[in-house]
Design a protein around this ligand. Structure first.
Ligand SMILES: NC(=O)c1ccc[n+]([C@@H]2O[C@H](COP(=O)([O-])OP(=O)(O)OC[C@H]3O[C@@H](n4cnc5c(N)ncnc54)[C@H](OP(=O)(O)O)[C@@H]3O)[C@@H](O)[C@H]2O)c1
Length: 246
């Protein structure tokens, strides 16, 4: 088995996904950069390739099963395994300002579209790739959730996110946290480690310019979990090395 680690990062054409791809590749990992859009993907891929980084572009729309199958076949044929899966792609389409409580106003279509990308597609892709991750000596799965997926903090009036009730997004990330816990239980007797990562409030299209953190810092939690050796966390909900309450 080649010692170079192989990673797949979804939603890698911009934001935290692009930065995560860059940082993983800078550490010697071969990174397959998922992008649903060919042109946006090619631009991001060229940016990293022009710096001499070992990256590949894979067209991956999180709503398209045929893309999951093609990505799996590509990885299987070329490498026979996958070491790191970063489930980063997500959307928040209910409120660009994050200031409205959408609990009673959310449209069924927005609720479904949010879950389609942030939850259903992610679970289907991950379960499909698990046999390849099982071929790795130290498989790592990082689910980019959010502090906004914390039930405990949403129920706590003194928490900083108490009033941020963007319902579809928050519910999709809470569901993803449950997947992390269930998958961790399923994989507890294997070398695969799976965790939920909260990147922080990060300056991206989703995080907006109001966010305090850079993408460089926003990628740190994922990078630590992706490259953790030995006593790596499993089934935890982590931000910069510290645990968040579920
Ligand atoms: N930024 C923050 O403050 C923050 C805080 C907590 C958690 N997070 C989480 O961190 C992750 C990255 O967020 P970000 O801030 O980097 O967001 P972003 O800049 O909006 O990037 C999101 C990425 O997901 C992709 N995506 C959306 N729908 C997709 C689909 N159907 N198929 C494939 N890709 C799709 C986007 O592709 P397109 O360019 O084609 O739209 C883009 O590459 C997300 O899981 C997010 O929920 C972010």
């Amino acid at each position: 088995m080649s010692s170079q680690k192989i990673a797949l990062v979804t939603g890698a054409n911009k934001g935290i996904g692009l930065e995560t791809s860059r940082q993983l590749a800078e550490k010697g990992v071969k990174v397959y950069m998922g992008s649903r859009d060919k042109t946006r993907g090619e631009n991001a891929f060229s940016e990293l390739r022009s710096k001499g980084l070992d990256v590949e572009l894979v067209i991956l729309d999180m709503t398209k099963r045929e893309h999951f199958v093609a990505a799996k076949e590509q990885l299987e044929t070329r490498h026979g395994r996958l070491d790191i899966l970063v489930n980063n792609a997500a959307l928040q389409i209910e409120d660009p300002t994050w200031s409205q409580n959408t609990t009673t106003t959310i449209s069924p279509d927005v609720l479904r579209e949010t879950f389609e990308v942030n939850f259903f597609g992610l679970v289907e892709l991950t379960n499909m790739l698990l046999p390849l991750i099982a071929k790795s000596d130290s498989g790592r799965i990082i689910n980019l959730t959010s502090i906004l997926g914390s039930l405990a903090l949403h129920d706590n009036p003194s928490s900083p996110i108490y009033s941020t009730k963007t319902f579809a997004y928050n519910a999709s990330k809470a569901a993803l946290n449950m997947y992390t816990i269930h998958l961790a239980y399923t994989l507890k007797d294997t070398p695969i480690r799976v965790n939920s990562a909260h990147p922080g409030w990060v300056k991206t299209d989703m995080g907006t310019d109001a966010a305090p953190m850079s993408v460089e810092d926003g990628a740190k939690t994922t990078i630590e979990l992706a490259l953790a050796n030995g006593n790596a966390p499993h089934g935890r909900y982590i931000h910069l090395g510290k645990e968040l309450p579920w």
